[in-house]
Design a protein around this ligand. Structure first.
Ligand code: GDP
Length: 302
């Protein structure tokens, strides 16, 4: 399974890794080559400061260590890319009961980024780890959203708490879901939310209220922000808005299978100061992987 996921990452990011290796392996790395390296990194959505930092570090190492043998070029590039990905960050996701209460994971993000799908995939992984999971459909804005979540729930064999009425109060659905999770003594409650960016004040009120209402009876251990990797700068802007509204504990970067701009992982982590914890690599139930800096870079350079 990992091999298959890795193959997808390789496919999507090959252009970046191959391009960099080729440029750095030239006999003479002159200013034009450095410009080309910079351009390659910017095109991969790495962002300007990460690009500058990487190029500065590579330049220094080229000068000091001399880069000729392909193996050495590769090793240095690998080290420098891993450094940018902040491998020291804690990427674990709360999924254990604590003090007699389930872990509560809120999932936020703009409509269409892959929240519901991600919750379905996560639930499947947790079930495979023998955890009891319960889903809460607090995206009450779109009638189809609760239906879609419940379908995922049924597919992976976990219950979904939802409202019978359209347009119910999302916070009250979240409250009921957590309450049911406490009564049923599950390990994890995952709460899906709506993300309508058109109205920032509304979004702020809604997400803040969901969190406050859940915290009347439990603790929100994790707020995962889901971002679509194919949206580039737009994803970064979304991240900013959400980070103003609620304390994000981790990023899920979806649709990484559909873009050669894997550098967005670096840009997002830097901007938010929050780790990418999971990546989505397809629409299927198994297409979710924990983010690991070394694996990611290896896939890039394969
Ligand atoms: P939500 O509105 O944020 O809940 O988004 P959905 O979960 O409904 O997902 C929107 C679309 O993106 C669906 O067609 C999903 O199948 C698709 N999707 C979600 N994650 C991924 C992914 O990692 N890769 C690809 N290729 N598609 C994805």
């Amino acid at each position: 399974r990992l091999a298959r996921l890795r193959a997808r990452l390789v496919k999507s990011n090959n252009a970046l890794g191959k391009g960099l290796l080729r440029l750095l392996s030239q006999d003479r790395i002159d200013e034009d080559v450095w410009d080309e390296i910079e351009e390659t990194l910017l095109l991969a959505d790495l962002g300007t400061d990460a690009t500058m930092e990487l190029v500065d570090n590579l330049r220094e190492r080229v000068t000091v260590e001399g880069l000729r043998e392909p193996e050495k070029v590769r090793a240095i590039l690998r080290e420098e890319l891993i450094k940018l990905l902040a491998p020291e960050l804690d990427r674990s996701i709360a999924s254990d009961r604590r003090e007699g209460r389930p872990a509560v994971v809120m999932v936020v993000g703009v409509n269409g980024v892959g929240k519901t799908t991600t919750i379905g995939k996560m639930a499947r992984v947790l079930v495979a780890e023998d955890k009891d999971v319960l889903l809460g459909a607090a995206d009450t804005f779109r009638a189809a959203a609760a239906e879609q979540l419940a379908t995922w729930g049924a597919r992976v064999g976990v219950p979904t708490v939802r409202s019978d009425v359209d347009g119910a109060d999302p916070a009250s659905v979240a409250f009921e879901a957590v309450k049911a999770g406490m009564e049923q003594e599950v390990d994890v409650v995952m709460v899906d939310t709506a993300g309508r960016l058109q109205n920032k004040v509304g979004l702020m009120d809604e997400l803040g209220k969901i969190k406050r209402v859940i915290e009347k009876q439990a603790t929100v251990d994790e707020v995962l922000l889901v971002l679509d990797a194919t949206t580039g700068q737009n994803g970064l802007n979304q991240a900013k808005v959400f980070a103003e509204v609620v304390d994000i504990t981790g990023i899920v970067l979806t649709k990484l299978d559909g873009t050669a701009k894997g550098g967005i992982v670096v840009a997002i982590q830097r901007q938010l100061g929050v780790p990418v914890k999971l990546v989505g690599l397809g629409e299927g139930a198994d297409d979710l992987a924990p983010f690991e800096a070394g694996d990611f870079v290896d896939a890039l350079l394969d």
